[in-house]
Design a protein around this ligand. Structure first.
Ligand SMILES: *Cc1c(COP(=O)(O)O)cnc(C)c1O
Length: 480
């Protein structure tokens, strides 16, 4: 036997067995409250990993470095780490220092306290989800948010499904299966996550009829496209981009008039629908849901968790006749909204009865409309906390840059913001970004010009100490 394989055999013999390891850790406090199945799995995983490291080592030196890792204490340490990872939840909160308010990867909208309280009230109890308390008969879950949605938007009828992608799919499937849907070429939106209007259309069995050009579409383009088998005129709000310059598009009002002449329903997918006129807060105008409804569209769809600031949901507004047909579509059952979402959505929409209050109570709106001065004060507070760290390697700066709305909303809007910039002499900014991302709680930040930026718009005051701790952690463990 070669020297190499002899060492390998020796190490394999020293590798602890699963049963022995279980015996060794039996009295260890750490494992007392851990489900036995988890402990056993971690013991197996750790031993198997060590075994394959031994088997895959290519030379004597590599094998020798493995020797100390076979000591009981080290193996136990590894088992504990594996158990800890298995016992912690996968979905956990983090600090959004990116300044992107509706950050799809970070959970889009934060719920208002009222919405969270309503989820809490309903989650652990029976409720009248589908039960009519007046008649004692079966009720419909769609009723729960219908009256308030109609009250706020002026729509004759409303219903809600799992998300806006589902809302669009459901409307196309119900109104235009096997028929043509006329859409402007400038509105064939892709919103990421594989949601493309043409693909959704294909899935629904509707046939896409593109009209106009990328930058200009005229009413006559729609007129020429209308035929016997035209099922729907669709307008898609280009919520995540804009066609700029030499452009023309047909207003919803004109489409509604055209649809009326030919007896063809008109639908608008608003994407990130808003009930608030943002121009009142010194921001860019975004068409409101109320305006779409008032212009007479037969169906209007939008998301619950973009500019609305509620839970993930797809809201469908429209005529009673059309919504009744949609409710009877078997797809509706597959796309139906969950009761916890309904609880959050109802509480959120109710806040819009007083728009001034809604803007303060709904975190998405609060962050988007936050006065620059408030952001400055928060930056002051972070700088004050960070100045407690007396380490000359830490360089703290301040930057007047821009935040983004995100979530495919208000794409052209640069919202002036204040960032606190962090640099550590002798350490790369990428290393710091990674360290912060793996910190507990994770701090997600962006890098600009080799500086790690903390955008104070999306950070909460109670998160400032966590940021300080991450900085301290990096100074002591990170740079090397
Ligand atoms: C975001 C968006 C959707 C999809 O909404 P989800 O709620 O994310 O499913 C559909 N259409 C447009 C125009 C959008 O912007």
């Amino acid at each position: 036997m070669s020297e190499l394989s002899e060492t390998r055999q020796r190490l394999l013999r020293q590798l602890p067995g699963v049963d022995r390891m279980l015996e060794v850790i039996k009295s260890n406090d750490f494992f007392q409250d851990i489900p036995r199945a988890v402990t056993i799995r971690s013991v197996r995983t750790v031993i198997e990993t060590l075994r394959s490291q031994i088997l895959n080592s290519r030379d004597e030196t590599e094998l020798k470095t493995l020797l100390p890792t076979l000591m009981d204490e080290i193996v136990i340490h590894k088992i504990k780490a594996d158990v800890s990872a298995a016992m912690s939840v996968n979905l956990s909160p983090l600090i959004n220092a990116t300044g992107v308010v509706i950050h799809t990867n970070l959970g889009r909208s934060l719920l208002a306290d009222e919405a969270i309280e309503n989820i809490h009230a309903v989650a652990g109890r029976y409720s009248n989800l589908e039960f009519d308390l007046t008649t004692g008969k079966r009720g419909s879950r769609y009723r729960i948010v219908e009256d308030i949605l109609c009250e706020i938007t002026g729509a004759p009828a409303a219903m809600v499904v799992n998300n806006n992608a589902a809302a669009v799919l459901l409307c196309l499937d119900t109104l235009a299966k096997g028929r043509e849907v006329v859409v402007s070429r400038g509105e064939l939106v892709e919103i990421g996550g594989a949601f493309r209007i043409p693909d959704v259309m294909a899935r629904s069995g509707a046939i896409l009829k593109e009209v106009g050009t990328t930058n200009r579409t005229h009413l006559k383009d729609y007129v020429q496209a209308i035929q016997d088998h035209t099922g729907l005129l669709l307008k898609v709000h280009t919520s995540n981009y804009r066609v700029m310059g030499f452009t023309a598009s047909v207003s919803l009002n004109d489409l509604v008039a055209l649809g009326g002449e030919h007896n063809i329903p008109v639908m608008e997918d608003l994407g990130s629908g808003t009930f608030i006129d943002f121009s009142r807060y010194g921001m860019m105008r975004e068409p409101t849901v109320q305006e779409s409804v008032a212009s007479g569209a037969d169906v209007v769809t939008f998301s619950g968790d973009k500019l609305l600031g509620g839970p993930q949901a797809g809201i469908i507004l429209g005529s009673k006749a059309i919504l009744d047909t949609i409710k009877q579509n078997p797809l509706t059952r597959a796309l139906r909204i969950d009761k916890l979402t309904l609880a959050a959505l109802e509480a959120t929409v109710r806040l819009y009865r007083e728009p001034e209050k809604a803007v303060k109570a709904i975190p998405t709106l609060r962050m988007l409309t936050m006065p620059l001065q408030d952001i400055q004060h928060r930056a002051d507070r972070l700088q004050a906390i960070l100045s407690e760290i007396t380490d000359s390697r830490l360089i703290i700066t301040r930057h007047a840059v821009s935040s983004r709305a995100g979530g495919g909303s208000l794409p052209l809007l640069d919202i002036p913001t204040i960032c606190v910039g962090l640099q550590v002499t002798g350490a790369s900014v990428n290393a710091m970004e990674t360290f912060f991302r793996r910190w507990s709680p994770p701090v997600i930040a962006r890098i600009e010009n080799d500086i790690l930026l903390m955008d104070m718009r999306t950070i909460n005051d109670d998160e400032l100490p966590d940021i300080r701790n991450a900085v301290i952690g990096f100074l002591y463990e990170g740079p090397s």
